[in-house]
Structures are given as C-alpha cells and as structure tokens.
Design a protein around this ligand. Structure first.
Ligand SMILES: [Mg+2]
Ligand SMILES: [Zn+2]
Length: 245
C-alpha cells in the first residue's frame, strides 16, 4: 500500500499538452503562412525564442495587429475534455491539487488562451518566457534566461533558454512541504529533464507520438525511470486518468 495522497501537484507543459496545438507556430500559420515557412527554414540556425520574437517583429511590420494575434490565440485548438478534466480535478477537495504551468511559449500567449478557455485562475504559477505588448501593438518577447547572462548548467538536453527540471525543483523548493505526489503532463523533448527528477510515487502522463515518448521509452524499458508512466494520445484520456486520482 502506498501512503495516502492529500496534497498533489499537477505540472503542465502548455503546447500540445494542455493545449492541442503549438502556440508559437499556430499564430503564424493563421496570420502569415509565409512567415511560418521562413521559421521552419531558420529553425536550425536561430534559438527558438529569438526566432519567434523576430518573426513577431516581421508580422508587426507587415501590419499584423494585437487584435489579429489575440483572435488567432482565442481560436487555437483546445480540447473541451482537457478544460473539463483540469476544472473537475481542481474543484475536488481531496486530494487538494495545485497546478503549475512550465512552458517555453510566453506569458501573453498562455494567459490569452487560458482566459478564452475560462481557465485563467487554474495555475498557481506560470513559468515561461516574458512578453508584453508595446503601445504600437508589437508583442515584445524575451528569453526567460538572458542570453548575455549566466546560463543553466543542465546536461540532459534542455534548450539553452530553459531547464524545466531546474524550474520544477525551484518551484518545489518555494512550495514546501513536499507534495505527496507530482503528476507531470508533457509531450516534448524538453519535458524529459523534469521527468527524470520525479520520484517513485510520481506519475508522468506522456503524450504518444511526440519527442518525450521517444526519450522515455528506452529508459522505461531499462528500468531507469523512478516515476510511473501513463501514456495518452487524446485529451479525453487525460480526463479519464484524472478521474482515477
Ligand atoms: Mg509541448
Ligand atoms: Zn534540464
């Protein structure tokens, strides 16, 4: 028998995990596909957050407005079962659940989408890249870790801009005592580092057919993961798993 769970933490990656699309790519697919194509070409040479920031500047020069971007974000695919699943889990009094968002998107995209989905009070914290609208309607996006300052020291393969493992550990440090259980919902290769730091009572909800699954599977087969693994493909399956907690 495992110990009873009274306090649990649910950590969500945002793109392709909580939301059913990638916000950085989606807005350009909707508003300026030629810029989306250009990003695809430049991706291998330019750091991703810098690339999104410069593409936002190009969109602005072409006449793309704040209203255009907000409109595209509001209609980005978001599965109703995911919205229902997190809302129901948060409303349950036992166990008590805290939600944390760990994302390499940016605070404006995430909060705009959460508001459109009626989820603006879901998260205790949103740890992501800073962004703000300037008066001309340009969305100014910066890396979470200043490229000119000290960088994180993670060797697991996190992108230069953010080590989600370090960010999760810092959050847990700020929110002592330790949670009885951590549930991590993710899909991408940058979700691997925090998953490696989970304990035996913790669970990763890994989305099928994306980067995280490819990294996790061999570790799981070799018994090198501490945490439990549950796989899902559609958001309705996350809702189903949440109902079992
Ligand atoms: Mg993702
Ligand atoms: Zn890392």
């Amino acid at each position: 028998m495992s110990a009873p769970i009274s306090r649990q933490l649910v950590v969500f990656d945002f793109d392709w995990s909580l939301a059913d699309q990638d916000s950085d790519r989606w807005i350009f697919e909707v508003l300026a596909p030629e810029l989306r194509r250009k990003m695809k070409i430049l991706k291998k040479d330019v750091q991703w957050t810098d690339l999104v920031a410069s593409t936002l500047r190009e969109l602005h020069k072409k006449g793309g407005t704040r209203e255009d971007i907000e409109g595209a974000l509001r209609k980005m695919p978001f599965h109703p079962a995911m919205a229902r699943g997190v809302t129901d889990l948060k409303a349950r009094s036992s166990p008590q659940t805290t939600f944390l968002c760990l994302s390499n998107a940016n605070v404006v995209f995430i909060t705009t989408i959460l508001k459109a989905q009626g989820l603006d009070s879901l998260f205790e914290e949103i740890i992501t890249n800073p962004a703000e609208w300037d008066p001309s309607g340009l969305l100014k996006l910066r890396r979470r870790i200043d490229p000119d300052g000290p960088q994180h020291q993670c060797k697991v393969g996190c992108s230069p801009n953010m080590c989600k493992g370090d960010e999760l550990e810092a959050f847990l440090e700020r929110h002592k005592p330790a949670f009885d259980r951590v549930i991590y919902v993710g899909d991408g290769s940058n979700d691997f580092c925090p998953v490696l730091r989970l304990r035996s009572q913790d669970i990763v909800l890994c989305r099928r057919h994306r980067g995280l699954e490819k990294l996790i599977t061999p570790f799981e087969q070799e018994g090198r993961l501490n945490c439990q693994v549950r796989y899902w493909a559609g958001a309705w399956e996350v809702e189903e798993i949440f109902k079992q907690f």
